[in-house]
Design a protein around this ligand. Structure first.
Ligand code: DAK
Length: 256
């Protein structure tokens, strides 16, 4: 198997395991990621950590050796497959983080962009180098990168194909944090632990509300916020959270 799935202490871990090819995304790896994500979705995990085996790369991108000599129909289907798999990450109701150790290029960075958050070790290098191959990103990069870093910075990265380091990535908001080097699962787990103590329903509503900021006019987005924040009041967790504040104790959320 080129993709490992494990669960530990309430967290799900999807780990690319093809270090000999820098965890490149062959179509079969994409299929395995999709299967793992279906299991994560059906589980009671409170957050997902995506990482890659080996010290050199989270993922060096789509498997370039597989991409040549294919017809247009196959290429389009390939793009839609990659997009659909990464949409599964984006669509999870729990927070996800990609741990970028070493390289995250092309499809590898697009996978990370589909996560709710990204953390990078200080020596990490990332970029969308497709233009250097005569291509453009096909697994969501042209759509997600500008939503995360803004149009101008996204165009600079996509049209130059350049590589940037962790500090620059943090400066432009591409990664949430630069973290000390360490074991990838642990780095991801440490980052998501800041969310997992909160109620799952409130986390889900927060994510949905913020996402609407990018595809709705302000008035519509505010209506969505009014609806979703009202919905939060209907949960037992909201009752518990407010009661716990008044009683000066820690809330015990039950995801209800
Ligand atoms: N694909 C396949 N194999 C890869 C690979 C990749 N992306 N990246 C690395 N490898 C393999 C190498 O071929 C090598 O294998 P062997 O030769 O040993 O068999 C092994 O991994 C180790 O790599 P290197 O020897 O090159 O390691 P170095 O440390 O010297 O260099 C590197 C590391 C990351 C700088 C270098 O490997 C590199 O530049 N890799 C390619 C990075 C890249 O350009 N990635 C973006 C790919 S494009 C689509 C549209 C667009 C796309 C996909 C679909 N459709 C419409 C369907 C585009 C997607 C992309 O991701």
């Amino acid at each position: 198997m080129s993709v490992e799935l494990s669960f530990d202490d309430g967290l799900a871990f999807v780990t690319l395991n093809r270090p000999e090819a820098l965890n490149a995304l062959s179509f079969s790896v994409l299929g395995e990621i999709a299967e793992a994500l279906d299991e994560v979705k059906a589980s009671d995990a409170r957050a997902l950590v995506i990482s890659g085996r080996g010290e050199k790369a989270l993922c060096a991108g789509a498997d370039i050796k597989e991409l040549t000599g294919r017809g247009l129909v196959a290429q389009r289907q390939g793009a839609q497959l990659g997009q659909a798999v990464f949409q599964k990450i984006d669509g999870l109701l729990i927070p996800s983080v990609a741990v970028i150790k070493g390289y995250a290029f092309g499809g590898g960075l697009e996978m990370a962009l589909a996560c709710t958050f990204r953390v990078a070790t200080s020596s990490a290098k990332m970029g969308l180098p497709e233009i250097r191959l005569g291509l453009i990103p096909g697994y969501g990069g042209t759509q997600r990168l500008p939503r995360i870093v803004g149009q101008s910075r996204a165009l600079e990265l996509i049209m130059s194909g350049k590589t940037i380091g962790a500090t620059d990535a943090e400066r432009i908001g591409l990664v949430n944090a630069v973290v000390d080097d360490g074991e990838a699962h642990e780095l991801g787990a440490q980052f998501v632990r800041q969310f997992t103590g909160h109620g799952k329903i409130a986390l889900m509503l927060a994510k949905q509300a913020v996402e609407r900021a990018f595809d709705s006019p302000l008035e519509k987005g505010l209506l969505v916020e009014a609806d979703l924040s009202t919905l939060a009041f209907q949960t037992e967790d909201a009752e518990e959270g407010m009661r716990a504040f008044i009683e000066k104790r820690k809330p015990a959320f039950k995801d209800r």
